[in-house]
Design a protein around this ligand. Structure first.
Ligand SMILES: Nc1ncnc2c1ncn2[C@@H]1O[C@H](COP(=O)(O)OP(=O)(O)OP(=O)(O)O)[C@@H](O)[C@H]1O
Ligand SMILES: [Mg+2]
Length: 207
């Protein structure tokens, strides 16, 4: 079973948005998927509760306590984890150590770069990542035409050995889906195919 952890100590960078949509992407292609919430705010759990029954099943799990990690995962192909805020807690360190993939969303804002770089260095210190057993995938989130700082962000991250894998646009449909317990991969209409295409590099690596 694949354990995909979406994490960044920086608040509001899109962890829950990436986690819910990633879980939907995997579930809608037939995988058995759960969405585990390890964030005290429990936004992913609330999203799971709102999810309409007729859509591909994504079971919500409460992993906000370290003892709960790994619960109810026996028959799953993948669990997507909406990660906790920091790196210091036992919960965060255990999740990072056990993850097969670590997805780090980052906003194209100078305020986020330094915090994210510090965070990435912190993750790298955790043993398993240092041994190369889990991969870090960087997702530049909320990109729009006026995001002049994207190129600078990517340059800085790449220089430190963290290339950006995926670029996700700033689109109101993400907030709409969040409110309805759905995701962009639940509906395959042609008008939004460009939005789904942006996720392909990430979907390929977690496959
Ligand atoms: N690509 C996007 N396009 C438009 N809005 C987005 C996008 N990604 C996230 N958002 C919006 O930004 C806000 C923060 O996103 P989200 O809740 O996913 O971040 P988070 O990292 O989980 O935050 P927290 O640290 O509070 O848990 C939400 O209102 C969400 O709808
Ligand atoms: Mg969140």
């Amino acid at each position: 079973m694949r354990k995909i952890l979406v994490v960044n100590s920086k608040g509001g960078c899109g962890k829950t948005t990436i986690a819910t949509n990633l879980a939907v992407a995997l579930a809608s292609r037939g995988d058995e998927v759960a969405l585990a919430d390890a964030d005290r705010q429990k936004s992913s759990l609330s999203w799971s509760k709102r999810r309409p029954k007729h859509l591909a099943s994504v079971e919500g799990l409460n992993w906000t306590k370290v003892e709960a990690i790994g619960s109810k995962t026996k028959k799953l192909d993948a669990v997507v984890i909406d990660g906790p805020g920091g790196l210091r807690s036992e919960l965060a360190r255990t999740l990072i150590a056990e993850a097969s993939d670590i997805v780090v969303p980052v906003l194209p804002s100078a305020f986020d770069w330094d915090a994210t770089l510090k965070f990435l260095d912190g993750i790298s210190e955790i043993k398993r990542v240092r041994k190369g057993k889990s991969e870090i995938h960087l997702v530049a989130n909320r990109i729009n035409r006026s995001s002049t700082q994207v190129a600078e962000l990517e340059k800085r991250l790449a220089k430190r050995g963290y290339p950006v894998l995926c670029r996700i646009s700033d689109r109101v449909l993400y907030a709409r889906h969040a409110a309805e317990g759905s995701g962009i991969f639940d509906f395959r209409d042609a008008r939004t195919s460009d939005v789904r295409t942006q996720w392909h590099p990430l979907l390929q690596v977690v496959d």
